[in-house]
Design a protein around this ligand. Sequence first.
Ligand code: ATP
Ligand code: MG
Length: 355
Amino acid sequence: MQIKIAVLPGDGIGPEVMRAALKTLKHVAEKFQTETQFSENLIGGASFEEFGTPLTEETLKACLEADAVLLGAVGGYEWENLPHHLKPEAALLRLRKELALFTNIRPAKVYNAFIDSSSLKAEVLKGTDFVVFRELTGGIYFGEPRGYDANQGWNTMIYQRYEVERIARRAFEIARQRKKRVTSVDKANVLEVSQFWREVVADVHKAFPDVELTNMYVDNAAMQIVRDPGQFDVIVTSNMFGDILSDIAGMITGSLGMLPSASLGEKHALYEPVHGSAPDIAGQNKANPIAMIASVAMMFAYSFQMTRAAELIERAIEKTLELGYRTADIYQAGNKLVSTDEMTEQIIYNFDVLY
Ligand code: ATP
Ligand code: MG
């Protein structure tokens, strides 16, 4: 198999964590006899400095032609006062739109090596491993009419059938690669749009009889994620509910430096860490590369159905943490403090041990 990847290192720690991720990716691809082809382009502030725009047509073209896009992070102090359309973040918005990425996926995976240092109880957290599918291009954030005047403010929560169908289908497909359980989250006791959502998800479910479907109200879901996160496998929900739930899910699992994400469209996919460009630690070889490396694992699983490669990367991360290796952001007394590069080498080493 040959895979074509567009690489966008970006700003701040982006290039450092990308270097770590690419080293891991190339190693894994070689082990799995997968031929890789890379294009690398500037994006964000780095692109603005070179070309006067945060996203060039050439970069966009490379992304549209690739099987998957890997993004580091964009942004930094020096570009904060630029006009809106020249800011690094504008590049991301345009890119997401051009790639038509309608689903954002964030995993909530608790690493056993971390449980002792978490504020939540060990027995609650142990074995937590679920993903949140957030609808990204519809719902109340985009619905019309919208506005406000002196006396009132209004927004519209609206979903088209195809919008619910395509994200539900993705959720069921990926649940099949996992524990085969989907929880659809809504507010159907109050909102008609949620009743509609629920009916469409049930329709899509008919093609996936081997996957279990449960419906849950969003207020209950927020509570259940904190009370008993181990019950979930795939949560699928609308834009606003997903915005909130994916933050809750992320925070029960540990550090910002460990959270990967995937954004999927019908034809395109983009993988990036949840964290930003962290300009405060850029260029010091101390950024945590795990979020970016775990984003590569998601890429193997979701874009190339290489679930074993993905699993081995995740287990290598887990093993490296169990052996006590920590970058500065997750370091506690008694751990082995390592740099970005050293952490990456350990992960690759443990990948080979597990392979
Ligand atoms: P955004 O760029 O999305 O606005 P932000 O500015 O809120 O994000 P980050 O850039 O992610 O946040 O940084 C927040 C804090 O977390 C910073 O102190 C940063 O150093 C730290 N941080 C973020 N990512 C990492 C990482 N991979 N490794 C170590 N520390 C990190
Ligand atoms: Mg920032």
